[in-house]
Design a binder for this molecule. Structure first.
Ligand code: PLP
Length: 356
């Protein structure tokens, strides 16, 4: 009962109305048409288990990134992979570290296996490597770090990731959750995958739920050293990725045009929305610099985040208010389509600068 339930992003108003959903960081451009076609063409027999080894999925991932398919772990969403890491590495008496404004699943995964969560403070909403290192004791087994981070959108650069890894004892597993990695420009890559390829104590996780637009099928994966992956396989539920989902994911990986257009769309409209928020700075609004597909907007003036959340809902937009994650003064807003983003900004302006 110490576990606070995970609160998913909502899609309806309190009265049941369907809203523009900007609360779960889904892809506003939908899914790659190639992924959709592969999903439709896949064997849809309902009476047969999927491939337990997810062979086509592992091979496509390995091919795309130059990896060993045997070192790819896969899950029902990357949430599943995060839980597998906690299950394989931590238990009662062990400590698991993550940042205060971090992804809610880390605490759930730690507590679920009986480990003790330790929360490192952030520095102006960004991950503070020194604060994480200050939490390390001889009981530490895992450090979870999302990069870019959710719900802040902040990014920890390659040199800081390298410094964190170098300072951690080899007995500590560093999990770099790269759910938003595809939104980062190639030259800014945090080199997490390279660490996972070469170091025994680094696991990276990726997902098909965000830029690939396959959230409904629940597919994630991870990469790490062979003994780590083997331990995770021992506790993995069998048949944890569906057949049609695997086919869709393989096709999605191959559709670089779709991923590129989603990345470009996101960069354009994230910058546009950040400018809009900046123009409401006189009302106490401030966007935390984001490298992901959402903005964390802080409300430090007379209009509270809660009031803005309700006002947006009345105007047809659902975003994420996160009082349970220490952010009663913040709203996380997913970058939507052009129309959705313009509409969101106009609704926000209407709330902070009422015309009557
Ligand atoms: C969305 C998200 C995930 C993954 O979700 P799945 O759908 O389970 O793959 C993982 N980590 C972070 C930080 C996220 O925001």
């Amino acid at each position: 009962m110490a576990i606070a339930p995970y609160v998913p992003g909502r899609s309806t108003a309190d009265d049941g109305r369907k809203l523009v959903k900007l609360s779960a960081n889904e892809n506003p451009l939908g899914t790659s048409p190639h992924a959709r076609a592969a999903f439709d063409a896949a064997d849809r027999s309902l009476d047969r288990y999927p491939d337990p080894g997810a062979t086509i999925l592992r091979e496509a991932i390995a091919e795309k990134y130059g990896l060993d398919p045997l070192r790819v772990i896969y899950g029902t969403g990357s949430d599943d992979v995060l839980h597998l890491a906690a299950g394989a590495y931590a238990g009662p008496g062990d400590e698991v570290i993550f940042v205060h404004y971090g992804f809610a699943v880390y605490e759930i995964a730690a507590r679920r296996v009986g480990a003790t969560p330790l929360v490192a403070p952030d520095k102006d909403y960004a991950t503070d490597v020194d604060a994480i290192l200050a939490c390390v004791t001889d009981r530490t087994r895992i450090v979870f770090l999302a990069n870019p981070n959710n719900p802040t959108g902040t990014f920890t650069p390659r040199c800081e990731i390298a410094r964190l890894h170098a300072a951690l004892p080899k007995s500590v597993l560093l999990v770099i959750d790269q759910a938003y990695a595809e939104y980062i420009d190639a030259e800014d890559d945090d080199a997490g995958l390279l660490l996972a390829m070469t170091e025994p104590n680094v696991l990276i996780t990726r997902t098909f739920s965000k830029i690939y637009g396959l959230a409904a099928e629940r597919i994630g994966w991870g990469y790490g050293a062979a003994p780590l992956i083997e331990a995770m396989h021992r506790i993995r539920l069998p048949f944890n990725v569906t057949t049609a989902g695997q086919h869709a994911a393989v096709a999605a990986l191959g559709d670089t045009d779709f991923v590129e257009s989603a990345r470009a769309h996101n960069a354009t409209w994230r910058a546009w929305l950040a400018d809009e928020i900046a123009s409401m700075g006189n009302h106490g609004l401030r966007a935390v610099p984001s490298r992901a597909n959402f903005l964390l907007v802080l409300f430090e003036g007379t209009v509270t985040a809660e009031a803005a959340y309700k006002g947006l809902m009345e105007r047809g937009y659902i975003v994420r208010w996160l009082p349970g994650q220490g952010l009663p003064h913040g709203l996380r807003m997913t970058i939507g389509t052009e129309d959705e983003t313009r509409g969101l900004a106009a609704a926000l302006r209407d709330i902070v600068e009422p015309r009557n």
